[in-house]
Design a protein around this ligand. Structure first.
Ligand code: NAP
Length: 276
């Protein structure tokens, strides 16, 4: 019998995961099916129980349930618990175990596009302090000693994020300060939802003076080039959108669930095809 995998969220109808996952199963000979479930807030517990009863072997968790799902899982990996956010769940010996791969996927994409297997002395600006920012901060700080400023509309949330995982050179700053000091950074990562379609005219800060040759990543993938990335490109920066992060995350989920390594490139090709 086919294995069953899923994504849960609210809203969920625009999720690209069913298309990416089912295409990958077909291309890689994986005997499985992937389904998107819209879950009402008050039904989350029942939804998890139902998936377990029906034999769902693993599922992706998206907005707004990344934190809310935690009490309904049997085990939560230490990193995901620290971030208070789960985005991938695997059934292990009948138990649902939660992980967070947002940051891992983003870091893979960064290193691939920077064409270097490591980071050295870069100064990093992380914009945002939500779930994705937490995961990226955690992945970066585990990867290397880093020098990072975290800018957020609500500065106290950036402070909390650092307090959860304190490192030597991490500072919480307001967005205005990040805008003023933008030329100091070698890597800038935009993780807020500002600039997402249909509000694609907005940016969290104006980029007018980015360091020549800096690397600017925006984890939004719709539109493919946010206004933020347009501004970065005009300043001479190397830019990256959120497509690779999403594609790599889906590949990581398949590997975790089935043990099969699917090609990141094939995942990305499917995503680009779906979005164009
Ligand atoms: P989240 O936890 O809700 O965090 C949202 C962040 O955006 C917070 O830092 C929030 O600041 C900021 N923000 C929202 N509206 C703002 C506004 N009007 N002005 C200033 N700041 C504002 O969301 P998330 O889960 O981290 O996701 C953030 C974005 O990343 C979404 O667009 C999501 O689609 C995208 N994402 C992409 C991938 C991928 O694979 N490419 C993966 C995960 C997420 P405050 O703290 O001040 O509220």
């Amino acid at each position: 019998m086919k294995k069953l995998f899923a994504v849960i969220g609210n809203p969920i109808e625009h999720s690209l995961s069913p298309l990416l996952q089912n295409e990958a199963y077909q291309l890689n000979g994986i005997d499985a099916h992937f389904h998107a479930f819209h879950v009402e807030h008050e039904c989350l517990r029942e939804a998890v129980q139902g998936m377990k009863a029906l034999g769902v072997q693993g599922f992706i968790v998206t907005v707004p349930f990344k934190a809310e799902i935690i009490p309904y899982l049997n085990v939560v990996d230490a990193d995901a618990r620290q971030m208070n956010a789960v985005n991938i769940v695997k059934k292990i010996e009948g138990k649902y175990v939660g992980y967070n791969y947002d940051g891992k996927a983003w870091l893979q994409a960064l290193l691939e596009d920077m064409k270097q297997p490591s980071l050295s002395t870069e100064r990093i600006l992380l914009i945002g302090a939500g779930g994705a920012a937490q995961s990226i901060y955690s992945a970066l700080s585990r990867f290397k000693p880093i020098d990072i400023d975290i800018a957020n509309r609500t500065v106290s949330k950036a402070e909390q994020l650092i307090a959860m995982n304190p490192i030597k050179r991490a500072t919480a700053i307001p967005l205005e300060e990040a805008e003023r000091n933008q030329s100091q950074y070698d890597i800038i990562v935009q993780t807020t939802s500002i600039g997402m379609a249909p509000h694609s005219e907005q940016t969290p800060i104006q980029l007018t003076n980015v360091k020549e040759g800096a690397f600017v990543s925006d984890i939004i993938y719709n539109p493919a080039e946010t206004k933020f990335l347009q501004q970065a490109r005009k300043c001479g920066a190397h830019t990256q959108n959120g497509m690779k992060m999403l594609a790599f995350q889906n590949a990581l989920a398949i590997e975790m669930w089935t043990g099969k390594k699917v090609s990141n490139k094939q995942m990305l090709d499917s995503l680009v095809k779906a979005l164009t």
